[in-house]
Structures are given as structure tokens and as C-alpha cells.
Design a protein around this ligand. Structure first.
Ligand code: AMP
Ligand code: ZN
Length: 114
């Protein structure tokens, strides 16, 4: 845990969030500024700054994040219609919060970009 990291603090329950799923490895909560009817962030509890910092030991965790994303999407009725799972990596990728997270977006027609 990084004391200055907002997502570490959400994972620790020290900053409030609308949590929709959690287990020993991950937490999923609603994005504070949603850009789609469904906009959920899925984060590992482990502080990984960005996607380039993953290591082979994170393989199981990354697979788990994908399984959780599909489970949440299914519960929200998105698996037939489709959805988007996005990671923004570093500055030019549009990353603002430097704790690895995946955006689960759905509930409207998403264009190729945006
Ligand atoms: P990114 O640009 O990929 O780093 O996305 C960061 C996302 O985190 C943005 O969509 C923000 O709206 C969202 N966000 C930032 N702070 C919070 C918070 N305290 N609770 C929920 N979502 C947040
Ligand atoms: Zn963190």
C-alpha cells in the first residue's frame, strides 16, 4: 500500500467509494465521473503503478481481473450487448491515477475511440 495513493486508500476502506465487488485480490467500484451508464474501475489491492510495471508473478492476478470484469458485466446484463475494458497507460495513454486500474464501460454505444 502506498499512503499517498487514492486507490490504495479506497482498497483499504479509508476513502469512501461505491464498491460493487471485492475479494482478497481486487476491488471494483463506480467511477466518480462516469462517461457511460456503466463505468466501473477494477483495481488490484496490490499497488502496481501502471501496466508497464507488471511482472510474471502478476499473471494470475491479471487473469483474475478479467474474470471479475466479465462477472460484473454479466450481473449488469452487458454480456450480450457488449462492453469495453480499458487500461490507460502512462501520460500519452491518458493515465491520471498511478495505481493500475481497468475501466469497465458499457450501457451505450461506444465508438472506436471515445
Ligand atoms: P485514468 O485516466 O485511467 O487514470 O482514470 C482515472 C479514473 O479514476 C477517472 O475516470 C476518474 O474519474 C476516476 N477517479 C478518480 N478518483 C476517484 C475516486 N475517488 N473514486 C472513484 N473514481 C475516481
Ligand atoms: Zn495504490
Amino acid at each position: 500500500m502506498s499512503a499517498e495513493c487514492i486507490f490504495c486508500q479506497i482498497a483499504a476502506g479509508k476513502v469512501p467509494a461505491e464498491v460493487v465487488y471485492q475479494d482478497e485480490q481486487v476491488v471494483a467500484f463506480k467511477d466518480i465521473r462516469p462517461v457511460a451508464p456503466v463505468h466501473i474501475l477494477i483495481i488490484p489491492r496490490k499497488h502496481i503503478p501502471d501496466l508497464t510495471a507488471i511482472t510474471p508473478e502478476d499473471k494470475e492476478l491479471l487473469g483474475h481481473i478479467h474474470l471479475v470484469a466479465v462477472q460484473i458485466a454479466r450481473e449488469l446484463g452487458l454480456t450480450e450487448r457488449g462492453f469495453r475494458l480499458v487500461n490507460n497507460c502512462k501520460d500519452e495513454g491518458g493515465q491520471v491515477v498511478y495505481h493500475l486500474h481497468f475501466h469497465l464501460l458499457g450501457g451505450r454505444q461506444l465508438r472506436i475511440l471515445g
